[in-house]
Ligand binder design. Structure first.
Ligand SMILES: [Zn+2]
Length: 167
């Protein structure tokens, strides 16, 4: 059974403390060799609403011959990175202690536009409804940036689409 559908066991996950509460997190690298993506799963205690975030991750031990798919490149999913995405996901509406369904955040490759001294933008397209967005970023800002498309009636699941942008 894929990791994203399972409760995280203590043996196969690591603790991370958020607001004095111990969460568990793990990385599902099941399809990494093909997609160069992994899914970071963060599980609150007591069957709270889990977080599942897809991020690009190239593992050189896999000896992938082709060049990286895009300019983004995350070499390791570290505890600091996990903390960043949990903070970002909560700002986006993830409520760890609700009994809601899994809060899923999909990876989208954005294009950073703009020059120093002006407002810059991360331009991206909703993977569900193809609507284009242009989120403000600082010049030279490093990804990721979480965002969402709220055009839920245009989405197959009828819900907002949460995305994590890399550029
Ligand atoms: Zn959309």
């Amino acid at each position: 059974m894929p990791l994203v559908d399972m409760a995280l066991s203590k043996r196969n996950s690591k603790p991370i403390t958020i607001d004095d509460v111990e969460f568990r997190w793990a990385v599902s690298a099941r399809s990494q060799a093909v997609t160069e993506m992994v899914t970071v799963v963060v599980q609150p205690p007591d069957n709270g609403c889990r977080l599942a975030v897809t991020v690009p991750c190239r593992d050189y031990w896999l000896n992938i011959q082709s060049p990286p798919a895009a300019s983004y490149n995350i070499h390791a999913v570290t505890p600091g990175f996990v903390r960043r995405i949990t903070d970002d996901a909560r700002a986006l509406g993830w409520q760890p202690f609700s009994s809601g369904p899994q809060f899923t955040v999909s990876c989208v490759v954005a294009e950073a536009r703009g020059n120093a001294g002006e407002t810059c933008h991360a331009c991206w397209q909703c993977p569900d409804c193809d609507h284009w967005y242009s989120d403000d970023i600082e010049f030279g800002e490093q990804p990721p940036l979480m965002s969402s498309c709220g055009r839920s009636k245009h989405h197959s699941g009828g819900r907002s689409t949460n995305v994590i942008l890399f550029w």
